[in-house]
Write a protein that binds this ligand. Structure first.
Ligand code: GGG
Length: 363
């Protein structure tokens, strides 16, 4: 009998990158392949792996192939691990790979849910009393990450060099990420957007950010809105997180706040993210929030939850919301059993977590 072909095969580019990126992307792929296998032929994944990253840089002087963006552009999505290794300066590895892809593919919305998993102890006492669940929406194309600036005056000798690093805020860039945040808030039980600012000190870019937020908020009278200074928002994450639903912030502010959010949810290892090109002119990219973790790389103990959760976000993007929910439920069933990697205080290996998540999927 001829083999049944899946109704839809998604072409996914995989960039494991550095360190634990390799272990956690393998974990996410295993879970998605198991899900596809159980889908009764409804969908399948065709993975193409690209071995770019710091090892590649040390061999070739580049973080990715010069034709890499061209090679990636027709995939349905990109599944990314992590970037960074001690033998390559961090700004070289980050700009050469992750930012190169995010910025050239105009993945301007970085969605970083803060999810509290059953069985995972949070450093927040509140987590035992309230249901905590919010999303950080990171402006992912400009702001402090626009890469504008330079270094000069090295001729004056050691200790006299200067550096300028400029942030760029555009009305278009601010408005589109804010509309994205409000549209997302409309899909959530608590319809609220909190904008993160620092306009008291940064009187140009952040004031433009605030003005854009006020304009966009006026178009969403059904969604509650507020503007909060970034320092106050850091405190809010710890003291009143139950007030949060969607938090929209600039590239740098959101990067820092989302790490705080994942630490409050138990570990950086559990945080998932999606770098979205909402217009779908380019592929979007899905990656755990955590980096390459050189201290534990290759030991088989990396937490795969963030990468598996990112795979679930990829399923949502591919138009498979029900399988995405199944993956999230399987993660929760696994953590609820106490099957946790060492970053969460457990003793489970990456493979044991993958086996448990896979076993918890509907057969
Ligand atoms: N998987 C995420 C990752 O590898 N991040 C590396 C990193 O250093 N990111 C900093 C940033 O994107 O702001």
């Amino acid at each position: 009998m001829a083999a049944k072909h899946p109704a839809r095969t998604f072409r996914i580019a995989v960039i494991p990158g550095d360190g634990v990126g390799r272990e956690v992307t393998a974990a996410g792929r295993a879970v998605l392949d198991a899900l596809a296998g159980a889908s009764g032929g409804a969908f399948a994944f065709d993975w193409t792996e690209f071995g770019w990253g710091c090892d590649y840089y040390l061999r070739t002087g580049r973080m990715m192939d010069p034709g890499g963006l061209e090679a990636l552009k027709d995939f349905d999505a990109i599944y990314f691990g992590a970037v960074g290794w001690p033998s390559v300066p961090d700004h070289v590895s980050l700009w050469g790979l992750r930012l190169n892809i995010c910025q050239n593919f105009d993945q301007w919305a970085n969605v970083r849910p803060v999810r509290f998993h059953p069985g995972v102890v949070s450093p927040l006492r509140k987590a035992d009393e309230a249901t905590l669940d919010w999303v950080v929406v990171r402006e992912n194309s400009e702001g402090e990450y626009v890469g504008a600036g330079g270094r000069n005056l090295s001729g004056r000798g050691p200790g006299s060099e200067v550096a300028v690093q400029t942030a760029l805020f555009t009305e278009r860039g601010c408005e589109r990420i804010m509309r994205f945040a409000f549209d997302l808030a409309r899909t959530r039980p608590h319809k609220k957007v909190s904008s993160v600012t620092k306009s008291n000190a940064q009187q140009f870019g952040m004031v433009l950010w605030d003005e854009a937020f006020a304009r966009v908020a006026a178009d969403y009278p059904d969604v509650e809105s507020e503007s909060v200074l970034v320092d106050a928002m850091a405190a809010r994450f710890v003291l009143r997180p139950e007030d949060l639903s969607v938090v929209v912030a600039s590239n740098l502010h959101a990067d820092i706040l989302s790490d705080l959010g994942s630490a409050l949810a138990g570990s950086l290892g559990v945080a998932a993210s999606a770098n979205l090109n909402p217009g779908r002119g380019f592929p979007s990219m899905f990656e755990p929030v955590h980096g390459s973790a050189p201290d534990i790389a290759g030991r088989g103990v990396a937490n795969p939850v963030g990468a598996i959760g990112s795979a679930a976000l990829m399923l949502d993007h591919l138009g498979l919301p029900a399988p995405a929910r199944q993956v999230r439920a399987a993660i929760d069933a696994t953590t609820a059993r106490g099957l946790l990697t060492p970053d969460l205080g457990g003793t489970a290996t990456t493979d044991q977590v993958v086996a448990a998540v896979t076993a918890a999927l509907p057969s």
